[in-house]
Design a protein around this ligand. Structure first.
Ligand SMILES: [Zn+2]
Length: 60
C-alpha cells in the first residue's frame, strides 16, 4: 500500500450525473481522469462519490 499516492475514486458530474474515475489534485480539487477538460455535457464541476453511496444499504 502507498498511502501518500493519489487515490482514485468515483466522481459524478454535478450537471448530468455522469460518473468518472477521478483523483484529487494537489489543491484538493476533483479531477476526473476520463474528462480532464470537463464532462461530455460541458460541466466542469464534479462531486466525489463515497463508496458507501454505491451500496443500497439504507438500513446501515
Ligand atoms: Zn456532465
Amino acid at each position: 500500500m502507498n498511502d501518500d499516492g493519489a487515490h482514485d475514486f468515483l466522481a459524478t458530474c454535478d450537471d448530468c450525473g455522469s460518473a468518472y474515475a477521478a483523483t484529487l489534485t494537489d489543491d484538493g480539487d476533483v479531477l476526473p481522469l476520463g474528462a480532464r477538460n470537463g464532462c461530455q455535457c460541458g460541466g466542469t464541476s464534479f462531486s466525489r462519490v463515497s463508496e458507501d453511496d454505491l451500496t443500497d444499504a439504507s438500513d446501515a
